[in-house]
Design a binder for this molecule. Structure first.
Ligand SMILES: NC(=O)c1ccc[n+]([C@@H]2O[C@H](COP(=O)([O-])OP(=O)(O)OC[C@H]3O[C@@H](n4cnc5c(N)ncnc54)[C@H](OP(=O)(O)O)[C@@H]3O)[C@@H](O)[C@H]2O)c1
Length: 373
């Protein structure tokens, strides 16, 4: 642990106070030992009320920093009633940011290069450090044996495109990164490139599908083999590393992932079974079968497919800079605990994965094929 970090963790301005972290129903107690002394930072978060933003806001507050928000006031607008909100729209209204100054900005709501360029240009003289949340989807050429921060990013024929689709998302995020660099400069910029972000509060259900479906019990379809590699990043680990980067002035580009080859579909199954001891019985169906049936499943890739390398992204640079991945069992446990707090109308439909009817149909075809063979 660096001396800066030690200084930050020593004793507290916020001794004994309690921050209620709504959104994932977690209560965060700030103890004497945990809170910040030294130089609390004044941090602006662009998009602090979605999924990842609240975890970052809470972590920064837990360490005693001052946090201000910028957003339109539409998403989870009751989440942080005590924080200063600069109301505005990245698309066309940054006026509420014109007179402020901050030590650092966390930009986690930038998808369109024009938006990111405008905020970075405006904030260039008002912040010391710009941290942009990007994605591993920026990588364009994934044909090599490894994907690291030097791998070429994807490009767009028409860079004026602003519609975010499955195809444009990655190259647009790459352009956003470039806009931050050109407006802020490399020496004041941090770019984090997470893979699937998961944990309490995730609205996509891509990771959540697996433990949430396990909860329902019965026969469950699992894709490929237990050895197929996957990668995730727990949202709390991403939030910790984000605040570390600001406190310790960590600059540069970092993939933020679980270490490659450290987590496989079989480990995910094991985590789900350990957290949820019920009658769920897994049936592994082959990749060929899923391809024939035109079925894709969240966070899993055909290990021989062209995108498989994106489940083996090199994260060693972030690891060396201090990123710590919690045990995946903890992610499963806390995701299940959060999922159980949600209303039935939310949990009755998965935002990713198979419907129960489709899963049932696929399992029936799979068993018929095997019986006939
Ligand atoms: N989920 C993943 O697995 C994953 C993986 C890799 C990277 N990422 C990156 O992580 C970030 C996603 O974070 P998220 O899901 O927490 O947030 P998000 O849904 O993208 O953004 C939500 C936040 O941004 C604000 N916002 C949205 N549109 C706005 C606008 N036009 N002007 C001002 N504020 C606006 C929202 O508040 P208002 O609605 O009130 O404005 C809210 O605070 C993105 O940068 C994404 O590329 C995600």
């Amino acid at each position: 642990m660096s001396s800066t970090r030690r200084r930050f963790l020593k004793t507290g301005l916020l001794a004994g106070s309690t921050l209620v972290a709504s959104g994932c129903n977690t209560e965060v107690s700030v103890t004497q030992e945990e809170a910040t002394i030294g130089q609390p930072l004044k941090i602006l978060v662009l998009g602090g009320t979605g999924f990842i933003g609240p975890h970052m806001v809470r972590e920064a507050l837990r360490r005693g920093h001052q946090v201000e928000l910028f957003n339109r006031g539409r998403t989870n607008n009751v989440l942080f009633p005590d924080l200063k909100l600069h109301k505005g729209d990245r698309d066309n209204d940054l006026r509420s940011l014109e007179d402020g100054s901050w030590d650092a900005v966390i930009d986690n709501s930038g998808y369109v290069p024009r938006h990111v360029e405008n905020s970075a240009r405006l904030l260039s003289s008002a912040v010391s450090h710009y941290l942009y949340i990007s994605t591993v989807s920026v990588y364009g050429d994934v044909s090599g044996p490894v994907v690291n921060e030097d791998t070429a990013v994807g490009t767009l024929d028409d860079e004026s495109v602003e519609e975010v689709t499955g195809e444009t998302y990655g190259p647009l995020k790459a352009l956003c990164e470039q806009r931050v660099f050109s407006e802020i400069g490399t020496e004041r910029t941090t770019i984090l490139r997470p893979t699937y972000i998961c944990g309490p509060g995730d609205r996509t259900d891509r990771y959540t599908y697996w433990p949430a479906r396990t909860l329902l019990g019965g026969e469950m379809l699992w894709p490929g083999t237990p050895d197929d590699d996957i990668q995730i990043i727990d949202v709390r680990d991403l939030a910790n590393f984000t605040v570390d980067c600001l406190e310790q002035q960590i600059k540069g580009i970092f993939n933020t992932v679980t270490p490659p080859l450290s987590f496989r579909m079989g480990d995910l199954l094991h985590d789900c079974q350990k957290v949820i001891a019920n009658d769920m019985s897994p049936t592994w169906v082959s990749t060929e079968f899923l391809t024939e049936q035109k079925v894709g499943l969240p966070i899993w890739e055909d290990p021989k497919g062209e995108m498989a390398i994106l489940n083996r992204v090199d994260g060693s640079r972030a690891l060396a800079a201090g990123l710590r991945n919690r045990p995946t069992l903890e992610t499963a446990r806390d995701t299940v605990a959060w999922w159980k707090t949600l209303p039935a109308e939310r949990t009755s439909i998965f935002n990713a994965g198979l419907t129960l009817a489709r899963e049932d149909e696929l399992l029936r075809i799979w068993h018929d094929l095997n019986a006939a063979a």
